[in-house]
Design a protein around this ligand. Structure first.
Ligand code: SF4
Length: 300
């Protein structure tokens, strides 16, 4: 494996490339990345980066967001079939129908969506900034797509707005059950339970803390507690445990593994840099429209 890693570093230099990896990636992929973060942090990195090539170790919509924010750069997705089921649950036609039914509402689109859906929305958000984005809008009514669970969480945090929900969901986080929360609490009674708002409202209700991937990491880093049960994708534990050797982390459910986030291997990263594959292509017109929705989010 050392040979593969050495070659990755050599090609990175040669192509002036940067490797961005999501917190849910395989540990060995996180370890060779220039930057590891959640989708909000990675969107910002992609925009600020001076590299000519961005190798995006994540899923398709994330690499698309990087391309939208950095249209002049070559953006590569090493595992061509790494998609996000949630992002495929909503279409432009769904937005048109929702706008027709609620003409006074603003459309807030979770970044877990296609470029076309972003282009048809008013503003994007991530789970880190969703509450802030919704609060920042002048509209009383908000159409929130596609994640129903994140939308329900926002509705509780921002009661002054009416949130119109869509029925999308994360196939990984939605699988966590209330029974698993109870079992985990009994198994490690002194641990704090930290969950992602893509989990169901019933699971969120039972947690000690609710936050995005970055917020969960931040909470665990700062906390004086020593044990944490993590209710988000398993990949987060790699970084948390490496940076907090005096603390213990447990995965809330063994179902918290996103198969799409585990598709990218080191060999895929090498292949991406050797052959400049698989390049994200989006039409200029779509980039222009989707850029507005993402850029408005970054400015909130
Ligand atoms: S964890 Fe959920 S939202 Fe994230 S990529 Fe996997 S399926 Fe999509």
């Amino acid at each position: 494996m050392k040979k593969v890693i050495d070659r990755i570093f050599f090609l990175k230099k040669q192509h002036n490339a940067v490797v961005l990896a999501h917190n849910y990636q395989l540990p060995e992929v996180q370890d060779i990345a220039d930057f590891v973060g959640d989708s909000f942090a990675l969107s910002k990195k992609a925009k600020e980066s001076k590299a000519d090539v961005i190798v995006f170790c994540g899923v398709h919509f994330m690499a698309e967001s990087a391309k939208i924010l950095s249209p002049k750069k070559t953006v590569l997705l090493p595992a061509r079939d790494a998609g996000c089921p949630m992002a495929e649950m909503v279409t432009v036609h769904d937005i048109e129908q929702l706008r027709e039914a609620h003409p006074d509402a603003a459309v807030v689109c979770y970044v877990n969506s296609s470029a076309a859906v972003k282009a048809a929305s008013d503003i994007c958000c991530t789970s880190s900034n969703a509450v802030r984005v919704v609060r920042s809008l002048p509209n009383k009514r908000i159409i929130f797509i596609p994640d129903e669970n994140l939308g329900s969480y926002i509705a509780k945090q921002v009661p002054e707005k009416e949130i119109i929900l869509f029925n999308g969901f994360c196939t990984t986080h939605k699988r966590v059950t209330v029974e698993e929360v109870d079992t985990a609490r009994n198994a490690v009674p002194n641990a704090k339970i930290l969950v992602h708002p893509e989990c169901t409202p019933q699971v969120v209700e039972k947690a000690d803390y609710v936050g995005s991937t970055a917020q969960i990491i931040d909470y665990a880093n700062r906390s004086t507690d020593e044990k944490f049960i993590i209710g988000t994708e398993q990949g987060v534990l790699h970084w948390l445990q490496a940076k907090n050797q005096n603390k213990k982390f447990y995965l809330l459910s063994q179902k918290l593994i996103c198969p799409n986030m585990k598709k990218t291997t080191l060999k895929d990263v090498l292949n991406a840099l050797e052959n400049m594959t698989y390049e994200i292509q989006i039409s200029e017109q779509e980039i222009e429209k989707a850029y507005g929705a993402l850029d408005r989010m970054l400015n909130v």
